[in-house]
Design a protein around this ligand. Structure first.
Ligand SMILES: [Zn+2]
Length: 458
């Protein structure tokens, strides 16, 4: 693809026929082409170039490969950012996060239902104020970017203005984002509740205003089955039927008390997941957070319907919800992404989320290889969101969202890295010891982004 415009002599960004400006980024480059599964030394699932070059044209990947092969194809004036010694990989994709809950991250005490009452609901009522929503949205997306997260699937609040604020913040930064307004018509504070029909209308208006605009996508967002009536779940399915391409995000089988409550509210159901399925909500484009307390029938159903699950280990441990069975999900072929679930989750960092994901696997007598971990945080989550055609890898034509990881971000990380003898060992050190400090630079559509423009990060 690159070589078509690769005549020597003229500046790359001025040549007749060139589609637009070209920039290149040199460093170690890793990206995944497929799920490496649990194979400890997978081949074919990823590409790695120790001294690699990522060539970007018009914000998209034009080529990726060995620097020795690609440098000679660049025009003489093509800028090459040097990240030698660092790792360039596709931007992280957070498959499940709540932007209004940024302010209550790290709030002490209680399991899910108590935590919602004590912290989440009061915090979300403040988003009736548009100024507060705008300020919080700006902070939230900048925090995502500071952590190397270039795309996220995000819950707003019931207030349409919270969705507007979030999409505006993402649009202003040229960031790819999926979000939706909460739907709740029972079992929540009165000022967060609305009739099912009103929630339907407000969602439809937001879809018309935002879905498919620039890099933004909408997801219909019932909080969870316990806060929606039958009518609201029916209308959620209607929104999906009426707006092809719009996604769905909600929670399922996170906590045992929640699971019992949902079964009591829908006594006809076989299981929590079955509630959603009966309303036609288990379908492609749907992302279910948690799915800890599910059985094999649920798992098969999720796989058969091509719905995805967001695995949120920091949240699951913090709220004492339980241990997600990643291996069982993989065995039946469920799409799995990785989510921070801030503010029940305790970090915006996908590296720290991988740290906890590894421990969850350990407690389940399984393992999470560094290969699969970084797959989950990039292409795996992109697939969960149905966005693998746009982001998640460096296949030519993909949007050039990427992160540069620094192996010497802290003295301890540098010391550990100095003794690492393989890429797998280095990846594992990053996911266990790394956090936002390890994120040297973040690029959206090939351009430096984020609030932290560090020296050498161009
Ligand atoms: Zn959540």
């Amino acid at each position: 693809m690159w070589s078509e415009a690769g005549g020597a002599g003229a500046p790359a960004d001025r040549r007749p026929g060139a589609a637009g400006p070209v920039t290149a980024f040199r460093g170690s480059i890793l990206h995944f082409l497929d799920d490496p599964g649990e194979i400890r030394e997978p081949t074919g699932a990823f590409e790695y170039f120790e001294d690699g070059l990522l060539v970007v044209r018009d914000g998209r990947v034009a080529a990726v490969g060995h620097a020795s092969a690609l440098l000679s194809t660049l025009g003489p004036d093509t800028p090459v950012a040097d990240h030698s010694g660092r790792l360039i990989l596709p931007g992280f994709v957070d498959a499940h996060v709540h932007f209004p809950q940024t302010d209550i991250i790290g709030s002490y005490g209680g399991e899910l239902l108590e935590w919602l009452e004590r912290y989440a609901f009061p915090c979300e009522t403040r988003f009736a104020n548009a100024d507060h929503a705008r300020e919080a949205a700006g902070f939230f997306v900048d925090e995502l970017l500071a952590n190397g997260t270039t795309t996220a699937m995000v819950f707003a609040t019931v207030h349409p203005g919270s969705v507007d604020a979030l999409f505006e913040a993402a649009r202003d930064r040229r960031m790819r984002l999926v979000a939706g307004k909460l739907l709740m018509d029972r079992n929540c504070p009165e000022d967060l509740r609305e009739p099912a029909g009103a929630g339907y209308e407000a969602s439809a208006e937001l879809i018309a205003r935002w879905h498919g605009r620039e890099r933004l996508g909408y997801a219909v967002t019932p909080r969870f089955a316990a806060t929606s009536t039958d009518e609201q779940l029916r209308l959620a399915a209607r929104l999906l039927d009426e707006h092809p391409g719009v996604g769905l995000q909600t929670h399922a089988a996170e906590n045992r008390a929640e699971d019992r409550w949902v079964r009591a509210l829908f006594p006809w159901c076989r299981s929590y997941v079955d509630v959603y399925d009966r309303f036609g909500l288990v379908r492609p484009g749907a992302v279910y957070a948690h799915c800890i307390h599910i059985d094999e029938v649920d798992r098969q159903r999720l796989a058969a319907r091509d719905a995805a699950v967001a695995f949120c280990p920091t949240s699951n441990l913090f709220l004492g919800s339980g241990l997600f069975d990643l291996s069982a999900a993989q065995r039946v072929g469920v799409r799995v992404g990785l989510g921070t679930d801030v503010g029940g989750g305790t970090s915006f960092s996908m590296l720290q989320t991988l740290n906890e994901a590894y421990k969850v696997a350990q407690l389940g007598a399984e393992t999470l290889t560094p290969w699969r971990a970084f797959y989950l945080a990039t292409l795996g989550s992109a697939r969960a969101l149905g966005l693998e055609g746009a982001i998640g890898s460096f296949r030519p034509g993909r949007e050039a969202d990427f992160v540069v990881l620094d192996p010497e971000a802290t003295p301890l990380l540098a010391r550990r890295m100095a003794r690492a003898t393989s890429l797998a060992e280095r990846l594992f050190a990053w996911m266990i010891l790394g956090d936002d400090r390890a994120v040297r630079a973040v690029h959206l559509l090939g351009r430096l982004a984020g609030p932290r423009l560090r020296e050498g990060g161009a």
